[in-house]
Design a protein around this ligand. Sequence first.
Ligand code: ADP
Length: 890
Amino acid sequence: MNKSMETPVEPQRLTPMMAQYFEIKTANPDCLLFYRMGDFYELFFEDAEIASRALGIVLTRRGKHDGEDIRMCGVPIERADDYLQRLIALGHRVAVCEQLEDPAEAKRRGPKSVVRRDVVRLVTPGTITEERLLEPGRANLLLAIQRAKADGRAAFGLASLDISTGAFTLSETDEAGLAVEIARLEPSEIVAPESLFAEPKFARLVAEARVAAAPIGREAAEAGAEQRICEFYGVETLDGFGAFSRAEIGAAALALAYVKRTQIDATPGLAPPSRRAGGSSLEIDAATRANLELTRTLAGERAGSVLATIDLTKTPAGARLIAERLASPLTDSAEIAERLDALAFFIEAPALREELRKSLAATPDFLRALARLSLDRGGPRDLAALREGLTASAAVAERLDGAGVLPPALRQAFARLRRGDGILARDLGDALAEELPLNKRDGGFVRAGASEALDEARRLRDESRRVVAEMQARYAEEAGSKQLKIKHNNFLGFYIETPQAAGEALLKPPHSATFIHRQTMAGAMRFTTNALIDLEARIASAADRALALELEMFERLRQACLAQTEVLRGLGAALAEIDVSAGLAELAVKRDWTRPHVDASLKFAIEGGRHPVVEAALSTRGEPFVANDCDLTGLLGEGGRIALVTGPNMAGKSTFLRQNALIAALAQMGSYVPAKRAHIGVVDRLFSRVGAADDLARGRSTFMVEMVETAAILNQATERSLVILDEIGRGTATFDGLSIAYACVEHLNDVNRSRTLFATHFHELTQLSQTLPRLFNLTMRVREWKGSLVFLHEVAPGAADRSYGIQVARLAGLPTSVIKRARSVLADLEATKASGRVDALPLFSYEPPSPEPPPDPVREALDKIDPDALSPREGHAALYELKRLAKGPQ
Ligand code: ADP
């Protein structure tokens, strides 16, 4: 972000326009300033350089400032959205500065006066509403964070706000939960007091989440927070919205302050804040989310993520809701069952599901259209989107009406749909034309017949055009010139143009009584007549009047829609709910998923579980996925069990671990699961330590990342948690690693007592099953066939007999000589082990084998000699050479 302001200058040396520019720029130092000049937004100085580099547009110069050229670049108004999108994506903020009056008005004030301009809006990543700037299937959240002291401890209030749909949610967390919440919400921008950003810990948290940061100064004051929220909603007290903590109210006020700062005079419609109770969703930290590739793959792509695999929704609002549900699975088994009931209903009703999904597919993203209208940034197509949303809602409601007894979640959706306003839909339908312009200023969006006054004005306008044509024919005849034309330009308005010779004749009587000379051009002359001037005025006023009437109509319809905001939001929520339920039902049927049984127990019993993404990938290649069971249920009151999974690389350990974590997350989001049977006692937190990537940007090695993540698990996991650990202790020397893994397993067994899957290469650990009651061994079955390995991807009780590392290395194509050598080293090592020097853990005292004896030069030389190939003379020489070697170096 370019914070620096260019050289302060003495005002007297500035042109009035530049003085205005500097004044506005100084007030918005952390934004690129789009300064409106006619049909362009211009950027100057450093802004121009940044923008020209980012957008690949030409940097030009305009006059001098302080003896130096003023660097400048511009973007045309009609393409501004594209450029904005790119700048926002790069993390810039843009202040859009418009002309607030007609340049002619400024001129009237005096030759030196400048057009009045001011910033009308700050465009920032978390506050955009334009369709082209937003991703359809992704919420665009602004997250405001405010800290407050509660019972002597720091509490963090979180307000997450999606201006593009009006959703507004408050919650509270503690310092440890902050990172988890940021990972869950994936905001586009974080707003917090400057003082909070000044703390390195907080600043690092935001930087690591790679979210745009918006520090706020003055407006961040906590005083009067509640009052400010009340003012925004026009209510006396917040009691009607629910009970909120101080931190939550502070965060909400901060969010609203930022909305005001960025939207300036426009006020978006926001739903009243709703509160999300702590602990209501399955906690998944950022590393686990990334490892499980919930919404994005490790490479950052959406394709190939769990979300992309399960999302069969038909609408953008549905896509946003399913993403939200996957990001925040529930912990209340009753709520989960309610969602599952809705799926079950749609599974049982395939024809209904199909029909509803068809209706949904044709439904536009009308909540975002509504948000644009509320900010007065909407156009005729947004009105049409609302009309279509209303029509679709009515169609869906009608179809559900005869669909029998609905489960509670759908009953509620149905009730909302029935509130849809038929009158508004009809008004919009009656008013809007078939083809709609993007911009209301272009006019032509009101259907003929919708308004008598408008029809009249349009008739006059269009008729006048016909009159112009008649007039041209008449004048051409009078002047005796077929080339006489009536033309129009912005400077002259309508005018008559003739070739030079014909024009000369018009200057003389009798023509001069009618034709008034305007201009002489090269080879042509231009005239007007009183009749033409009259006509022009009539046409202009008719066109103006038509447009004014259309805009009036637009405003009336806009207000009518805004008056129905709450109902429309209800329709949006209901359709999204139906879309998600029907989409997940479709998925369950297509992929043969089953309804999980989720309750308050501590069970974890999966029969025939599969990994949704790996299975989908394999099926495109026609390969089967091998289903596997997993039972981590402990004895009553004992907490969960720990499965220690061994097996060679590539055997499917990671897949097995992840699939069980995913089945838990899917079940708790209210989806069916890829398994034959699943019984899960609600999981409160999901922990994983899977795979490892160096995080050099943060200055942490693979091993450090691994240990930080492991520490988090050992310190936080409880009986209710589900833990998956892959390869603890690999990033360091064998002894350290094994010792650490060993101690971790013990801790998990004794202290955490979580349901745990632990994959490891340390076979020594499998012996722990004899001493740790909660631990049992699982192994990935493989078969050796002609010296090669066949992976069966089958999980079986017991421990792997060995790691097959060399076979896997061979499959990977390591040179034969290296494989051979590795085999011989392994044989040596195993012989050493068999000799009894490596004992049961933890007393093992593994020692490296003694170094191989150095090569014997005499032997090597002898090996090279082929007696049959030597002449007697050469044989003689070789003997001398051997004697010399035997003596050793002198
Ligand atoms: P590991 O963690 O043991 O090295 P992975 O879990 O990464 O092994 O699995 C390696 C590959 O084996 C996967 O990419 C997948 O193609 C295949 N695979 C894993 N599990 C199964 C399974 N249950 N059925 C079929 N193929 C599987």
